[in-house]
Design a protein around this ligand. Structure first.
Ligand SMILES: Cc1cc2nc3c(=O)[nH]c(=O)nc-3n(C[C@H](O)[C@H](O)[C@H](O)COP(=O)(O)OP(=O)(O)OC[C@H]3O[C@@H](n4cnc5c(N)ncnc54)[C@H](O)[C@@H]3O)c2cc1C
Length: 748
């Protein structure tokens, strides 16, 4: 960087690491005092007892120790245990709680993923009851799970969620249940008594759980299908907690392989049941309940990995700067003393990548958590709303929804039209229609949730390795500041539980082709172009061009076949669908990051405490966005080109006298083999010169529709990368100047 550039940028240089004021604006909770208090409270536990336990070697045992159990008490006192519980049942937060849970998990995972998981598993155990339980079940288990108030003589009830079973049963495939439920006693007019046989594998919280929400399937003709059922410690039979799992990760949570053989009343079937012709029919099968649970909880897991990446920034900067200090030849004030490893461009660039990924994944996760907070009230009333307008359940509902799709697309179109140009009456009518809103939000939810889980945890785990590598040998020791080595391994568990990456990719490969999502996606491209026209340095232009390339490729793949004529975009062809899902995640994460940075640019000036350092912070965040958008562009372009071209055969060349002859119908673009010659229609036998070395002769000629478009989109995208590396250089320079606190934010 030249002296002149440094000069002009000092007033807009990042001064300090972003604090809570900045985060509140970015993640949109400046007006939520309740959440700000929650963060302080959870942070006290994370950077206090949790950090001390990790530093003291608490992770070095698989057993559930007294010290680990003491954390549960700390969670209770900090309000973490009651976080997911509604006020009417003793909770303290009103309204939807996705953002609140996400913030709490983020704070805990900033220090230790196992501690975060321990608290989340309790909420996960309650989630099936919260989402689908009967009123009585909700009241009973929620009120028991709230910590006792002062003066109340009651033991808190803690739960575990049990889906996964010993091999060869439930794992990624949740349909192959071995857990069974049957009737043991059913007398007239009485609640039937059921017998449950269930074995679990890797079940969190099992060392201390008082109740378990378990997935089982009927092995009795008097019960239909599958369901989830609540098991209690005191039920007659066996409640065997099982041996601790020998985990390499998350050791502050308890995980075991339990065995249950219990008699329970049928009133424990989550969501209740009805009886038809002597057969007990659960209201919800286990798949329906699990879907409604994971649709929200997976977002929170994604934020745990985001926290790890952002928590790595300060320890890495501290390490880099201090690397050469204290030796005999050390001279305070020299670049070697002040900058240490930060004299080297590579370590700065890599840290910029880690930071940019952390910001993108946090923006993505919190953005989607807020989306679910907005969607929850109407989502929970779905059945009521559909019933009111006569939309039936089951397959007939799918048909009804398909018929309504044009209206959803019309609403998206109208929203994108300037107010003075659209039909106000029609717009108001569609905007007020709750069914249309559900269809639209549902289409988004079905993409956003798996995308957060997939990208934040999967790519996040890869980037944690980068963070570890920047700490040298220290990175892979227990003493590594920020516990980075442990966080790297922990991230892999976050990528695995609640459904590994394959599960998210599988879901995305179906949901991302929904026309409602694609219409919304198209609108997002336009929005980004607008941002790009105002703020080109954000990388919004790069991102918009990458999104266009992705949409073009998806539509191409949906209709195209491979060299043998086999269709490309099919469920079984995960080699096609999964990379496209990955590519989409890059785009979505980058979009959320840009939107947050723009929010900071817009709202930051209204916070007086930010005034002085704001221009530098905004400029830095903008540069991080640009870096991330360029990374996303690279990934998307690579994936799209591989898929568009990779399923065709390489052109074959034959010698024909002096000429090399190629078959045009085997290649998509002449430009790719003969730079300077446009693809187009060529007659058989046309001869071209190639560097004067060989003549090239066209074989039988076929012109491939659309390939010029792909090449055009791709080259537009490449051009849009202008400035991305300058942004990286600026961000890297900012890392050498930013002030960090005197001491680490928690013990090592
Ligand atoms: C510490 C820990 C805590 C856990 N806590 C809980 C808990 O509290 N409750 C609970 O119910 N479970 C829990 N689990 C289980 C966890 O959710 C499962 O391990 C996870 O869902 C994956 O199942 P699996 O291990 O059987 O993997 P498998 O099903 O064997 O899959 C292994 C791999 O094979 C590939 N694969 C499998 N199927 C497909 C497919 N259809 N398409 C493409 N690729 C595929 C993927 O790469 C996948 O990662 C926990 C696990 C651990 C390790």
């Amino acid at each position: 960087m030249t002296a002149e550039m440094t000069e002009t940028r000092t007033d807009t240089m990042l001064r300090t690491l972003p604090g809570d004021d900045v985060r509140q604006i970015l993640w949109r909770f400046s007006d939520r005092f309740d959440l700000q208090m929650l963060i302080q409270s959870v942070r006290g536990v994370a950077r206090g007892p949790v950090a001390r336990l990790v530093a003291g070697g608490g992770r070095n045992t698989h057993e559930w120790t007294e010290e680990k159990a003491a954390l549960l008490k700390a969670f209770d006192e900090a309000g973490i245990t009651a976080l997911s519980i509604d006020e009417e049942h003793g909770g303290f937060l009103s309204g939807p709680k996705n953002l609140a849970l996400a913030l709490a998990a983020f704070e805990l995972a900033w220090v230790d993923g196992g501690a975060a998981t321990s608290s989340l598993a309790g909420h996960l155990a309650l989630a099936p009851i919260h989402e689908k339980g009967t009123a009585d079940q909700v009241r009973t288990y929620m009120t028991r799970s709230v910590p006792p108030r002062p003066g109340e003589d009651r033991k808190i009830s803690r739960g575990a969620f049990c889906l996964t079973e010993p091999i060869p049963f439930v794992g990624v495939d949740t349909g192959v249940l071995s857990g069974k439920v049957g009737v043991v006693d059913w007398r007239d007019g009485r609640d039937p008594l059921l017998h449950v046989e269930k074995r679990g594998r890797f079940i969190t919280n099992m060392s201390f759980a008082d109740f378990v929400t378990a997935a089982v399937e009927s092995d009795d003709e008097r019960i239909k299908g599958s369901c989830m059922v609540i098991l209690e410690k005191g039920d007659p039979g066996t409640f065997d907690r099982g041996a601790p799992t020998k985990k390499l990760v998350h050791q502050l949570s308890s995980t075991t392989d339990p065995v249950f053989s219990l008699d329970v009343p049928a009133s424990r079937i989550i969501g209740g049941y009805r009886v038809e012709d002597g057969v007990l029919i659960p209201t919800f099968n286990h798949g329906q309940i699990i879907e409604s649970v994971f649709r929200r909880t997976r977002v929170t897991v994604g934020l745990m990995t985001a926290a790890k990446l952002l928590s790595a920034v300060e320890p890495v900067i501290r390490y880099q700067r201090g690397r050469f200090r204290g030796g005999a030849s050390d001279q305070p004030g020299s670049p070697r003393h002040d900058l240490g490893l930060q004299q080297k461009e590579d370590v700065l660039h890599r840290l910029v990548d880690i930071w940019a990924t952390g910001e993108a994944s946090a923006s993505f996760g919190f953005g989607v958590a807020r989306f679910f907070d907005r969607f929850d009230p109407i989502d929970r009333r779905q059945e009521e709303i559909f019933a009111a307008v006569g939309i039936p359940a089951g397959r007939a509902r799918l048909r009804a929804m398909a018929e309504l799709q044009p209206k959803v697309l019309e609403l998206i179109q109208l929203e994108a039209t300037p107010a003075d140009l659209r039909d106000p009456v029609r717009y108001a009518e569609l905007a007020a229609d709750e069914v249309i809103r559900i269809l639209r939000e549902d289409a988004l939810a079905n993409v956003l949730c798996p995308a957060v889980k997939l990208w934040n945890t999967g790519h996040g785990a890869n980037m944690m390795r980068e963070a570890v590598s920047l700490m040298g040998g220290y990175g892979i020791t227990e003493d590594c500041p920020g516990f980075l080595g442990q966080k790297w391994m922990d991230a892999q568990l976050e990528a695995t539980y609640e459904g590994p990456e394959a599960v998210q990719r599988r879901q995305l490969s179906v949901t991302m082709t929904n026309e409602v999502f694609l219409a919304q996606f198209k609108q997002w491209i336009k929005d980004l172009r607008l941002i790009a026209s105002r703020q080109p340095a954000t990388g919004a232009c790069t991102l918009a061009s990458s999104m266009e390339l992705w949409v073009w490729t998806l539509r191409h793949l949906l209709g195209a076949g491979d060299a043998d004529g086999r269709p490309l975009y099919r469920n079984q062809r995960q080699g096609v669908t999964f990379p496209m899902a990955d590519a989409l995640c890059w785009l979505l994460a980058s979009r959320f990051q840009i939107l947050d940075a723009e929010e900071l640019r817009e709202k930051g000036p209204s916070n007086p405490s930010l005034a002085e350092g704001l221009p530098g912070t905004v400029a830095f965040f903008s540069d991080l966005c640009h870096v991330e958008a360029a990374r996303a562009a690279g990934e998307v372009a690579r994936i799209c080109s591989e898929l568009v071209f990779g399923y065709r055969r390489h052109p074959s060349w034959e010698r024909d006298g002096d000429a090399l002859c190629f078959r045009v119908d085997e290649i998509e673009s002449l430009e790719s083999i003969m730079p300077g010659i446009d693809s187009g229609v060529f007659a058989q036998g046309d001869v071209f010169q190639n560097d004067g070395a060989h003549a090239l002769k066209a074989g039988p000629c076929v012109r491939f529709k659309g390939m010029e478009t792909y090449a055009g989109l791709r080259s537009r995208l490449d051009g849009c990368l202008s400035g991305a590396r300058l942004a990286k250089d600026r961000a890297a320079h900012a890392l050498t100047e930013v002030m960090i606190p005197e001491a680490a934010d928690y013990p090592i």
